[in-house]
Design a protein around this ligand. Structure first.
Ligand code: FRU
Length: 449
């Protein structure tokens, strides 16, 4: 008999799963983010080498290959093919989660950069919601139809490839990277309608001069150069805060959290979470250009921190008070709402705002790598931490969220309505101020001596 079999009926009457199955399951869950973290490193390279549009088209082929491997899995060693397919799909997601925000950031007019940037997250959450629904056991999540479910994951990439034939290349790439002013002007007119592109071209010219003075920025230089220290720190911490907020703890394990908190139809509650997640990402599209990134991020993190505390209290008191399950459920929904108001969408597009054309691709690669690494860590560890901590698991996230809120308050600048150039000038000003302060301290201490 194959090793991969389910044993059922232990002494407690619950069914138990053979450890080999658990191992294959965990592996197929985690290779996805492993693929993401490896490939995100190459985002900058491929974006500059092929241009934004061609890069997205080429990368989409990975999604199709991954989907085919999973869809055709029953024809071969099913578990091995599913794991290989998930790995390749992860490689695809790592690249595309960097390329899409770079492209959106570069084609958007300043006043709409945040709103359009949030559409990237809207794409992610809509995908999650659709897969939650079609994954229901009476739709495609059954013993016979699961290969169709997994095979369909390539469809959005095919649709995107077709749409990309109608999309213009990034004007910033055309002007700054390729030096094609006329083409850049034509693209700008195609994107914005008949208007005078002189102001935009002027801005790109200044960015190009800045980029020319700093040579090509590699990932190593990004870490070495003091000019990028502050924006890099902000980018990495924002991506870390997105994943270490515990959002995927909720997403990966929401059904079991709902079961534990006594909800009778946990799968539908999970779909409810997906729906609320999508609705509030749409709300964020409209909010982000009004309220600004910094305030939304602060409200989002602080709100999530409070929800994590409430969830902990509700889970801890559940044994004594059955109504705590409702409180827990409300806290979970609010947690997701606060996430999508700021920490969900903002990290993806703010990195493109914090860096000018030269270092932008490298910065996107490093930030994407950070996001996927943290995602992988949560995927691997959450279950074990939850088992070890019981109802107190979310207190860890509450503490982390508090720390990230304080960091955001002191370190994250507002980028709303500012040109790329103005944003980097602000960082330079801060750096100078910091230097002056250190000089003063030094002079102060030497005169005291
Ligand atoms: O909406 C939740 C989803 O958003 C992400 O944080 C990406 O921005 C994913 O890691 C998560 O599954």
């Amino acid at each position: 008999m194959d090793e991969v079999t389910f044993k059922s009926g232990n002494e407690t009457g619950e069914s138990t799963v053979h450890p080999t199955v658990t191992m294959y399951w965990s592996l197929s869950v985690s290779v996805f983010s492993l693929g993401g973290l490896v490939s995100s490193f190459f985002v900058g390279w491929i974006a500059d080498r092929l241009g934004r549009i061609k890069a997205m088209m080429v990368v989409n082929s990975l999604a199709v290959i991954g989907a085919l491997l999973m869809g055709l899995a029953p024809l071969g060693q099913a578990h091995a093919l599913v794991i290989a397919g998930r790995l390749i799909t992860g490689l695809y997601c790592g690249l595309s989660s960097g390329l899409v925000p770079i492209y959106i950031g570069e084609i958007s007019p300043t006043a709409l950069r945040g709103a359009l940037g949030t559409l990237h997250q809207l794409g992610i959450v809509t995908g999650i919601l659709i897969s939650q629904i079609v994954g229901l056991d009476f739709i495609l999540g059954s013993k016979d139809l699961w290969p169709v479910l997994l095979g369909l994951s390539g469809v959005p990439a095919v649709i995107q490839t077709i749409c990309l034939f109608f999309c213009p290349e990034s004007p910033r790439y055309a002007y700054i990277k390729l030096g094609r002013e006329e083409i850049a002007k034509r693209i700008l007119k195609k994107l914005r309608g008949e208007y005078d592109p002189t102001k935009d071209i002027e801005e790109m010219k200044r960015e190009k001069e800045e980029a020319a003075s700093e040579k090509k920025v590699s990932i190593l230089q990004l870490f070495k150069s003091p000019n990028y220290r502050q924006p890099l720190l902000v980018s990495l911490v924002l991506h870390m805060s997105q994943q270490f907020s515990g959002i995927n703890g909720i997403f990966y394990y929401s059904t079991s959290i709902f079961t534990k908190s006594g909800i009778s139809q946990p799968v539908y509650a999970t779909i409810g979470v997906g729906a609320v997640n999508t609705i509030f990402t749409i709300v964020s599209v409209f909010l982000v250009e009004r309220a600004g990134r910094r305030s939304l991020y602060l409200i989002g993190l602080a709100g999530m921190c409070i929800c994590a505390v409430i969830m902990t209290i509700a889970l801890a008191l559940l044994h004594n008070h059955a109504w705590m399950s409702y409180l827990c459920m409300v806290a979970i929904f609010l947690f997701v709402i606060f996430f999508e108001v700021g920490p969900g969408p903002i990290p993806w597009f703010i990195v493109a705002e914090l860096f000018s054309q030269g270092p932008r691709p490298a910065a996107m690669a490093v930030s994407g790598f950070c996001n996927w690494t943290c995602n992988f860590i949560i995927g691997m560890c959450f279950q074990y931490i939850a088992e070890a901590c019981g109802p107190y698991v979310f207190i860890i996230f509450a503490i982390l969220l508090f720390g990230f809120t304080v960091f955001t308050y002191f370190k994250v600048p507002e980028t709303k309505g500012k040109s790329f150039e103005e944003i980097s000038a602000e960082f330079r000003k801060k750096k100078l101020k910091g230097l002056k302060a250190t000089e003063m301290e030094y002079l102060g201490s030497s005169s005291e001596a």
